[in-house]
Write a new protein. Structure first.
Length: 99
């Protein structure tokens, strides 16, 4: 399950703003630590359960494509089983009605 992992808070000096708080996260895909500015975090990120958290758009797309490939192979396996079942029933019905 995806989760926002807040590891800690850092304060860094920023030009024209003084000390600014940065929230440290862990990426759901590569488990790398990255930081977001606290004001941006409050507006955009909002910590909540079952929310995903990625260090970059590339990392997010890699994670989603991996999951889509797994989901697609599962769906194709299920759909193949479903297509085989009617053919078996049609053979049985064909034999019953033929005789």
């Amino acid at each position: 399950m995806l989760k926002q992992m807040v590891i800690g808070v850092n304060e860094k000096p920023v030009k024209y703003h003084g000390l600014v708080k940065f929230v440290v996260f862990e990426c759901n895909n590569c488990h790398k630590q990255f930081e977001k500015q606290e004001s941006y975090f409050k507006k955009q990120m909002k910590t909540r359960e079952n929310a995903c958290c990625f260090c970059s758009p590339r990392c997010r797309s890699l994670y989603l494509t991996q999951n889509n490939i797994i989901a697609h192979t599962y769906k194709s396996a299920v759909s193949k089983k479903k297509t085989e079942a009617p053919s078996v029933f049609s053979r049985i019905l064909h034999k019953v009605f033929k005789s």
